[in-house]
Design a protein around this ligand. Structure first.
Ligand code: RIB
Length: 312
């Protein structure tokens, strides 16, 4: 079944430093590189490499890097619904990486230039979304466009990154809502300091009407919760111990792999295990698209995962 990813494309300008600067501080970089990124394109490539048939819905500038379309196609991502916006520039992300951690500032550019709802309804994207097994979006594009896609998807997954306030009816369509610790705290107003906290807060969101929630906790793994009739069930998948070379886009590797798994089978704990293995492999190499693992590597890495546990 097809996975449609609706989301951003950025040129990532990545600076490597020995430590992240404090506010007001200047640090010298040991090197700079530029690569293709954006949460949308990252998730599309991650899903394609994980084995899904992927169509990407995105907006790029009039200045597209000639390698942009070619690179997405080479990874097997369908680009029929990737459109150029006259007068706009492709989004740019300024990323600082130090010792496996990162800081990111995004100038969205074309990612924030979309047509009206009526125009979107008449576009090729509308048909792709309506027929996809799974539709995935993030929040580097306008919420109204995300809500438009959610309203037309058979199964909708939202990676609420970067976090912002969302309409209740959109939250009620997220199956699952995927958030990291800080994004989860934005929705619940409470800091997350342990998998147990994440579980309790995810359960709170389910009680408020979100069908399912997955909370990613970096090296600590991830927690899933979903409604099952009148009750809520959940579990914890620890991550394997690995040395992280670059965590940039690791969350996107996770989301792309989880979407792939859920397009194949409605088994959330199995999907979370598959996504955990994918993200653990992704952080071991620098960058995003090139660092994402193929399906064979993810499947082999499943054997290295610590056992999962049910939580209640
Ligand atoms: O999630 C990582 C991505 O966030 C980067 O590729 C950057 O473009 C920003 O969108």
């Amino acid at each position: 079944m097809t996975v449609v990813v609706l989301g951003s494309v950025n040129r990532d300008v990545v600076c490597e430093v020995s430590r992240l600067p404090s506010p007001g501080e200047t640090v010298l970089a040991s090197g700079t590189r530029t690569n293709l990124g954006g949460k949308g394109s990252n998730q599309a490539v991650a899903a394609a490499k994980a084995g899904a048939l992927v169509e990407f819905v995105a907006r790029i500038g009039e200045d597209p890097d000639p390698s942009l379309r070619k690179s997405l196609c080479e990874y097997g991502v369908g680009i029929e619904a990737v459109r150029e916006v006259p007068g706009a520039r492709t989004g740019t992300a300024y990323i600082t990486v130090a010792a496996g951690e990162n800081q990111i500032v995004v100038d969205p550019g074309a990612n924030f230039h979309w047509e009206t709802e009526a125009e979107l309804d008449a576009s090729v994207a509308a048909e792709l979304i309506a027929t996809a097994g799974v539709v995935v979006a993030q929040l580097e594009v306008p919420v109204r466009v995300v809500a438009w896609a959610a309203g037309r998807a058979r199964r909708f997954i939202l990676n609420a990154a970067p976090a912002r306030e969302l309409p209740t009816d959109l939250l009620h369509r997220c199956d699952p809502l995927i958030v990291n610790e800080s994004e989860l705290a934005t929705f619940t107003g409470t800091a997350v300091t342990s998998p147990r906290d994440a579980f309790d807060q995810a359960r709170l969101l389910c009680a408020r009407g979100v069908p399912a929630v997955v909370a990613t906790l970096g090296a600590a793994g991830s927690v899933w919760v979903r409604r099952a009739g009148a009750t809520v069930i959940g579990g914890y998948q620890p991550a394997p111990e690995i040395r992280s070379a670059d965590s940039t886009g690791a969350g996107d590797a996770y989301v792309g792999a989880l979407a792939t798994a859920l397009a194949e089978s409605d088994d959330l704990p199995a999907g979370v295990a598959f996504a955990t293995a994918a993200a653990a492999l992704a952080v071991q190499s620098p960058g995003t698209h090139a660092a994402y693992p193929t399906r064979d590597r993810i499947t082999a890495a499943l054997a290295t995962l610590p056992p999962a546990a049910r939580l209640d």
